[in-house]
Write a protein that binds this ligand. Sequence first.
Ligand code: TGC
Ligand code: FAD
Length: 389
Amino acid sequence: MNEYRGIDFYALDELLSDEERMVRDTVRDFVSEHVVPVIAEHARNGTFPMEIVPRLGELSLFGATLPEEYGCAGLNNLAYGLVMQELERGDSGVRSFASVQSGLVMFPIWRFGTEDQKRKWLPQLAKGEKIGCFGLTEPDHGSDPGGMKTRATRTASGWRLHGNKMWITNGTIADVAIVWANTDDGIMGFLVEKGTKGFSAPEMKGKLSLRASITSELVLDHVEIPEENRLPGAKGLSGPLSCLNQARYGIAWGAIGAAQGCFDEALNYSKSRVQFGKPIAGFQLTQAKFADILTEITKAQMICWRLAKLKDAQKATPQQISLAKRNNVAMALDAARTCRSILGANGVLDEYQAMRHAANLESVHTYEGTYEIHTLILGQAVTGIDAYR
Ligand code: TGC
Ligand code: FAD
């Protein structure tokens, strides 16, 4: 059996602290032991491996950069990125679960919530005892969330929410949904708990991508919630968009993991698959594919390493995060497709991972800001001109 070691052509390992290396190796081993053996079956069945959730909680992988006083690990951004890289080597759906729980649910509660909300939710979310989801996208508003139709209107004791969200990771299994809605005073964030009257989260079926991840609609039919369920610190579209910075950062790292998994598999396969009397690894065309992927993975690693340092210094800009998400996901998608080609016909079987990763990465290319939206964010950064509309 191949013992997965990752790819480290520029010896980035030397730049990691002992703690960062230990975190990475722990998650790497966890993925090899608990994700890799079961994930193809889950992808085939369209199910998420729920049994790993408490284990990820025991390893303190949820909300890992948040403070220890709320039951979190207080890791730096480099260690957090390495966690995401290793999880996505297993499957983008597993990294998605952790991204949503950490960057899109725990982060906004910590950043925008009251002390009571933090004490109530963060420790349980950190342990994986409660699951959260993030409802921003709507049927008619994906790339353009500023136009959302979901409305929150004041009542005597709180708020009434009405509208629909779509494409919500973990919606059906979530205990709490962070719902973004328009009010007379602009966009605000609300905590909607499972079981609240008028609230349901039916699963969306038929995905050919991220099959080992639950994706849902959120239906809010005149849902009444108390004022204490509003996130008081979030005002305007910058509230949800600042959460996306956290998740996009994790995706930039995660994509490297998916590419590494595909590279490792294709490399091993190419050394043992013999055609025309020699291993296909010995053909120049195969080697050119590996040289290209190796180069792109290494460039992506350098981007993420530097971005982690900027983020720890609180200097990372949303535009720098966009560059990393855009580049690394496109890189991983190309790498997965190329690795699939190296596997020949076997590459279309789900006992190999390349095609599953390639299919998953189609979603990753689209969510958290499509490739094109990140192109426009970078275009605006360099020209100063907004070209969205
Ligand atoms: P715009 O006028 O540019 O901005 C509105 C306000 O927001 C501020 N802002 C940000 N703040 C923090 N972080 C960012 N990244 C920010 N980007 C913008 C901005 O400064 C402004 O603040 P203020 O104080 O002046 O009001 O807004 P716009 O309507 O022109 O839209 C800009 C655009 C297109 C870049 C934005 O809407 C966008 O990023 N669209 C993409 C939507 C998206 O990424 N959706 C993701 C949904 S969640 C998801 O996909 C989860 S998948 C999870 C998984 O399974 O892993
Ligand atoms: P659209 O915005 O309709 O875009 C369609 C095409 O038009 C794209 O190619 C896009 O790049 C292009 N386009 C749009 N505007 C422009 C423009 N101005 N210039 C040039 N091209 C443009 N959302 C959540 O809120 N929470 C979640 O947990 C979540 N999980 C998801 C899980 C999965 C599996 C998927 C697939 C999506 C998820 N999403 C989630 C939704 C995701 O964020 C949106 O799909 C994404 O933001 C794009 O929106 P859209 O699908 O409506 O595409």
